[in-house]
Design a binder for this molecule. Sequence first.
Ligand code: HEC
Length: 124
Amino acid sequence: MKIRNIKFIILLFPFILFGQNKSKKKISFSKDVFPLIQSRCLPCHAVDAENPSMLILENYESMKLGGKHGSPIIPYKVNESSLSFKLKPDPIFGEQMPITKRKRLTPEEIRIIDLWISQGAKKN
Ligand code: HEC
């Protein structure tokens, strides 16, 4: 029985390594980040939305420009970027995004956004 357990761990080992590689994966704005923004943040953050934050998330340029509290993206600085901390409970100001709970991002999706910011938030 014990030997079987060891075999199981050895079998699992490559997957553990692979999982770590994945966390260092290069995140793409157009393929990984923007689809999340489009499905979860619009239409509330569209040009014609009456959003008091004035933050337009329709494209990379308008995202970087930011809203009432300035740019939501500080490249390489995840904790200072409101695009990151507004997705988590008890943000520095206002509500956790998206306000509508059913559109909330999963921890894995939030990690994608955090990784992208930590990699410089490029238009890639
Ligand atoms: C149901 C509408 C709605 C959705 C969906 C929504 N937001 Fe918001 N957002 C708001 C409102 C209203 C505010 C202003 C109040 C506040 O800051 O809590 C706001 C404010 C913000 C701010 C602060 C901007 C500033 O400069 O003041 C950020 C950043 C933000 N949202 C990001 C997002 C992201 C990222 C998503 C998608 C994951 C999202 N929001 C989805 C309505 C929404």
